[in-house]
Each structure stands twice: as structure tokens, then as C-alpha cells.
Design a protein around this ligand. Structure first.
Ligand SMILES: CC(C)(COP(=O)(O)OP(=O)(O)OC[C@H]1O[C@@H](n2cnc3c(N)ncnc32)[C@H](O)[C@@H]1OP(=O)(O)O)[C@@H](O)C(=O)NCCC(=O)NCCS
Length: 237
């Protein structure tokens, strides 16, 4: 089964029994919650990521982890930042063109991850888990499924940048087969922190596939899952 550019209405889902979450492709109803998590986790990111635009971008692929136990009706959140010029522009668009922010999803999004594919390179743009849901395997699950999706989409390598001080994320990336391939001095504009450039080897290579299989196996054992539960993206009815 191949995951393609999917129409919004079609959902690809990983039902993860024994874990308090399932993972599926991001939809427009998720934008408000994802934007909120993004603002909480990366308050200094400017301009903030416009997830509406990301969803419309054919190169971008985003997945969300939702809590199976909770549904929410969160208040609507501005897609563009409420501050500065972007906020003003968003208000003007709403006033004159009747543009509404997307409705909130009833599902409780606890984490998300996304990447862009350019040629054969998948570039991880973001991965984040709500603070209250961390250290429960959600981040690793999202990264495993991002790698799976990149493989399905015929990427050859996955790259990313991470703050030099973000040792938690770096340790997660290393576990999943990323290694440091460079350092970008003063990469982060807000505080000039260095960015560590990380990359996988060729994700279609035998050595990466073997390592990745071991990662999944260890993950499945740790969280009491059957391996097939985290091996393929499957279409829902
Ligand atoms: C990085 C992040 C996504 C991890 O999510 P998570 O659900 O807590 O991660 P997991 O529970 O799956 O942990 C997997 C591994 O990541 C590493 N890790 C996660 N949190 C860590 C922490 N606070 N300190 C050290 N290592 C950590 C560990 O190696 C961990 O394995 P272990 O449980 O065997 O120690 C989460 O901390 C987060 O959202 N951080 C803010 C956003 C961010 O920094 N994103 C990366 C941008 S490049």
C-alpha cells in the first residue's frame, strides 16, 4: 500500500492498541490545536508556522497523535498570529473576505510531526508533544511513523536542524538513526543559538532498514505492542 498525496477527507490511521493514542495524517480541523501546541513549544519562532498553508502545500506531510481517551471542543484559535502585522492581516482578511479560521477538531491532539519532501530528501520541519504527554513514547512513535511515511513516499534521506541545547530531541533522533552531519553557527535568529544539522543515511539501504527494524522492535516490546501495529500506514474505511 502506498501513501500518496491524499485528499483531505481520506484518513490514514495507525491504531495503536495499548498506547493511549492513535496517529493519523493531519487535517484542517487540527490546525487550531497544532498551532496552539506550536506556540506553546516554540514561543520565539517568528514568523510562526502557518499550518493552513502547510496543509495546502503538496510538498508537506504532517501527522498528528490524538488521545484516545479525550475529545475536546477547544476555542477557535487564530491561524495567523494574533500579534503584529500577520495578526492585523488576518483580521482584515476575515473582515473583508469573510475568511474563518478552521474549526477545532473534536479529537484531542497531543503531538504532531511533519516534513517536506524535496527531490529525494525529506526534511523534518517539526515534531512536538504537549508537555503533559511527554515521556510516554509519543515523540518516538511520531518519529518512527514519519520515517515510515518518508520511506513510503520514496525519500532517500531525512534531514533536520535542532538547537544545540536540545539534547532531549537529539537523543530521540540518534536513537532513530540520525547522526550529526554539520553545525550551523547562530542558525536560530531569536537568540543566535547554533543549529545542529542531522541526517539519516540512505533510508532505503539495508543497514538503515535493519537498524530501523530494531528500533521498531524495541519500541514494540517496551510499550507492549505487536510489531505490525507500528509497521505500516493503513487506510481507514
Ligand atoms: C522532543 C520531544 C518531541 C520528545 O517527545 P516525548 O514524547 O517526550 O519523547 P519519548 O517519550 O518518545 O522519548 C523518546 C526518547 O527521547 C529522549 N528524550 C525525550 N525527552 C527527554 C528528556 N526530557 N531528556 C532526555 N531525553 C529525552 C530519550 O532518549 C527518550 O528515550 P527514553 O524514554 O528511553 O529515555 C518532546 O520533548 C518535545 O515536544 N519537545 C519540544 C519540541 C522540540 O524540542 N522538538 C524538536 C524540535 S527539533
Amino acid at each position: 500500500m502506498k501513501v500518496q498525496m491524499v485528499p483531505e477527507s481520506k484518513t490514514f490511521l495507525k491504531e495503536i492498541k495499548n498506547l493511549p493514542c492513535y496517529v493519523r495524517l493531519m487535517r484542517k480541523e487540527d490546525i487550531a490545536q497544532v498551532t496552539k501546541i506550536d506556540h506553546e513549544v516554540f514561543p520565539t519562532l517568528w514568523p510562526p508556522t502557518n499550518y493552513k498553508r502547510e496543509l495546502e502545500n503538496r510538498l508537506a506531510h504532517y501527522i498528528v497523535a490524538c488521545d484516545v481517551r479525550e475529545t475536546v471542543e477547544e476555542p477557535r484559535v487564530e491561524v495567523a498570529s494574533g500579534k503584529g502585522l500577520a495578526g492585523l492581516a488576518s483580521k482584515v482578511r476575515r473582515l473583508f473576505f469573510g475568511e474563518e479560521p478552521p474549526p477545532s477538531s473534536r479529537e484531542h491532539v497531543i503531538g504532531f510531526a511533519g516534513f517536506w519532501i524535496m527531490a529525494d530528501e525529506a526534511h523534518l520541519t517539526n515534531i512536538a508533544v504537549r508537555e503533559s504527554s511527554r515521556r510516554q513514547g509519543i515523540g518516538e512513535l511520531l518519529l518512527i511513523l514519519v520515517i515510515d511515511l518518508a520511506i513510503e513516499l520514496k525519500a532517500s534521506i531525512i534531514t533536520l536542524e535542532v538547537r544545540a541545547s536540545n539534547t532531549a530531541a537529539q537523543s530521540l533522533y540518534r536513537r532513530c538513526g540520525f547522526i550529526q552531519v554539520g553545525l550551523r553557527r547562530g542558525y536560530y535568529i531569536s537568540d543566535r543559538e547554533d543549529g545542529v544539522l542531522m541526517s539519516t543515511e540512505n533510508i532505503t539501504s539495508g543497514s538503515f532498514q535493519t537498524h530501523f527494524q530494531q528500533v521498531k522492535q524495541a519500541y514494540a516490546e517496551r510499550w507492549g505492542l505487536a510489531l505490525p501495529q507500528i509497521t505500516r500506514w493503513s487506510p481507514t474505511k
